[in-house]
Design a protein around this ligand. Structure first.
Ligand SMILES: [Zn+2]
Length: 393
């Protein structure tokens, strides 16, 4: 019986999978993954014809052969999924999932490579496949719209100006008076937004908009929907709110003018952040700020910076962590495994090291992609530069 303290499963009750999984043999790991994928201990779905049956087990090859008449397809537990032709053993896949689940703010390539005994290069590809699977399953808020009370806010990520080389606490004039040489003049002011490098950095600036549904029982976050925009503007905010929030729901925001249009469709309340974090009536958006704190710690502490190309993948991963923060190991690993082993290849990370890069995808490829995703040209940079709304929803 899991011990619960304020709705959180703690201690040994939460660690209900790694202790068992560390002694897995290859067969047991494969069996576990097959259970996660097909929700059955002894039946498999043939990826070719889709028949659920006890297919013929090929001895010594960790494969099955389809029993269906006229098919005879040979498949393994990873066939037809984003891990298709993956060279990790089943034990390594299980270890990867446990390691990924265990880090509250995301994990690094080096620590994954040590934990799973793979190279950093392989760790990168497999971690990104996991993030892609999370993104495909969380994008669009998992179907139903948010309702009840929603905290909504934006946060600027990436695109920070470089700090000046010189620590200047005095005014520009006093420094000039003291070191008034041409060389010093070129370095002033302390941060020059017009410089070539800072202009280049500014292009990477993005806003993460988060909509967090409040759990009425615990008061914490129940669901988090995130999107990336070029700026915190009224048009994008309204579009996102209409896409993801039920009409008439209560939406709490700060006093940024970007949220002014919400009142027409929702019960909109705002809190003035220059005065207070929460009004006496309880209007606040602390759950959105709490999510942003996780994103910021991940950006600074784990990844040391995001880039727009894959930022949405990381942000969706963190949204998943926020939602699953109270789950047990087994629940989280099961969810990740079932998403990762969904039929359909990884679009952006299949053949990555063979040259398949996200920015090169100008038109869709004739292959199965994961889930119901937007056309690839819609989420490349060029589309967003024309100001056609949120980059990745
Ligand atoms: Zn078949």
């Amino acid at each position: 019986m899991a011990m619960k303290i304020r709705g959180t499963t703690r201690g040994a009750a939460r660690r209900n999978f790694a202790c068992e999984a560390q002694y897995f043999t290859e067969e047991q790991a494969e069996q576990k993954l097959a259970e996660f994928r097909w929700q059955s201990p002894d039946q498999q779905v043939c990826p070719q014809c889709g028949v659920l049956d006890r297919h013929h087990r090929i001895k010594g090859r960790r494969q099955w052969r389809c029993r269906h008449k006229g098919c005879g397809h040979t498949f393994s537990v990873t066939s037809g999924t984003s891990l298709d032709r993956c060279r990790l053993s089943c034990r390594q896949i299980v270890r990867l999932l446990i390691h990924f689940e265990a880090s509250p703010k995301g994990t690094t390539l080096v620590s994954t490579s040590n934990a799973v005994c793979i190279t950093e290069k392989s760790a990168q590809q497999n971690l990104m496949k996991l993030r892609e699977a999370i993104k495909e399953n969380l994008a669009g808020g998992n179907g139903s719209k948010l309702s009840g009370t929603i905290h909504m806010d934006g946060m600027y990520v990436c695109g920070k100006f470089r700090k000046s080389n010189r620590r200047i606490k005095a005014t520009v004039d006093s420094v000039l008076a003291r070191h008034g040489t041409a060389a010093v003049k070129r370095r002033l002011p302390a941060i020059n937004p017009q410089s070539k490098w800072n202009q280049r950095r500014a292009k990477n600036k993005r806003v993460v908009i988060a909509m967090v549904e409040v759990d009425d029982e615990s008061g914490g976050a129940r669901r988090v929907v995130t999107a990336m925009c070029r700026s915190e503007n009224a048009a994008d905010v309204l579009l996102l709110a209409q896409q993801h929030i039920t009409v008439g729901a209560r939406v709490f925001t700060d006093e940024s003018p970007a949220y002014n249009g919400l009142g027409a469709f929702f019960e909109h309340h705002s809190v003035n952040h220059s005065e207070e974090y929460s009004t006496p009536e309880g209007v606040n958006e602390n759950l959105a700020e709490s999510f942003f704190s996780r994103v910021r710690r991940s950006e600074y502490g784990v990844h040391h910076g995001f880039r727009p190309m894959y930022m949405a993948f990381h942000v969706h991963e963190l949204a998943w962590r926020e939602m699953q923060r109270r789950g047990t190991q087994h629940e989280k690993v099961q969810q990740l495994a079932s998403w990762l082993l969904t039929p359909g290849h990884s679009r952006y990370w299949r053949g990555y090291h063979g040259g398949n890069r996200r920015r090169l995808l100008r038109r869709p490829r004739p292959e199965i992609v994961m889930g119901n995703v937007d056309a690839p040209w819609q989420d490349t940079r060029s589309m967003a530069r024309k100001g056609r709304g949120p980059e990745t929803v």
